[in-house]
Write a protein that binds this ligand. Structure first.
Ligand code: MN
Length: 265
């Protein structure tokens, strides 16, 4: 069922940037700080700003696998709240939001059948050391996170795992799953990774689509789409795309925090 309202939560068409669209962070807090500094942001304990009024757009997957998920979950909501950043939901954020909800903010582990895999166990452990206020604030941040965002009069679309043209600006269950997991077939390859259709190869839209989720060695344009997840947590780099300039800015990972089967060293 389509949700019908005056302005869908995906609609940021009136926001024109310029933007710096940042790939999957996965707890790489130090690298995020380095990238923001390289992009010209001024970061203090309580505020982030850019002298030229630029804004960050995060493609989601803030936590899991990396060393400082809590730090990232402190910084990003503050940035979004103050209007210097926008964020879409990644599959990791989605899972954590569901876990926090079902376990009543981690007070009742037995209440959830969600598997603590892919680094979620580590994040939960870190969150258990945080106050109830922090967990509540995190849940309040995660719950309304949109699945994708449309900016700049419809010329820029950001979704965690990408989005084909016919779904731009739409909100329903199929679109939600596409945004979180990509155009998956439901099957897995020999390494256990889900098989995805290569939607970007077939993309013919005029809007630029920026996404993450699938680790690439280097961000590269395919039609009007680009994946900016350069696998920082796996020892790659953290990348931002400057829009509308179409320039890439990245910082190297300080170390490899997790193993990734399909990423070459
Ligand atoms: Mn990811």
């Amino acid at each position: 069922m389509e949700i019908s309202q005056d302005k869908l939560p995906t609609d940021r068409k009136d926001v024109t940037g310029p933007f710096d669209i940042v790939g999957d962070v996965h707890g790489c807090y130090a690298e995020l700080h380095a990238l923001l500094a390289k992009l010209g942001y001024v970061v203090t304990e309580t505020a982030v700003s850019h002298p030229e009024g630029r804004q960050v757009v995060f493609v989601g997957d803030f936590a899991d696998r990396g060393p400082e998920s809590v730090g990232v979950y402190r910084l990003v909501p503050m940035m979004v709240e103050s209007g210097v950043a926008h964020a879409v939901r990644g599959n990791h954020d989605d899972k954590l939001a569901r876990y926090l909800w079902r376990t009543k903010l981690l007070t009742d582990r037995a209440a959830s059948k969600i598997k603590l895999t892919h680094g979620l166990d580590k994040t939960i452990e870190m969150l258990e050391g945080e106050s109830m206020d922090f967990r509540q604030g995190l849940r309040d941040f995660l719950e309304p996170l949109p699945y994708h965002l449309v900016f700049d009069g419809g010329k820029l679309v950001v979704a965690h795992a990408g989005l084909c043209e016919r779904y731009h600006g739409r909100v329903n269950k199929r679109v939600k799953n596409y945004c979180l997991y990509g155009d998956v077939t439901g099957e897995t390859d020999e390494n256990g990774f889900p098989i995805r259709r290569d939607w970007a190869q077939e993309y013919g839209g005029a809007a630029v689509v920026v996404y993450g989720h699938t680790v690439v060695e280097e961000a590269a344009w395919v039609n009007n789409t680009i994946c900016v997840d350069t696998g920082c947590v796996f020892g790659g780099s953290l990348t931002a795309l400057r829009y509308p300039e179409r320039e890439l800015v990245s910082v190297e990972a300080l170390e490899q925090y997790a193993e990734h089967g399909s990423l070459k060293p």
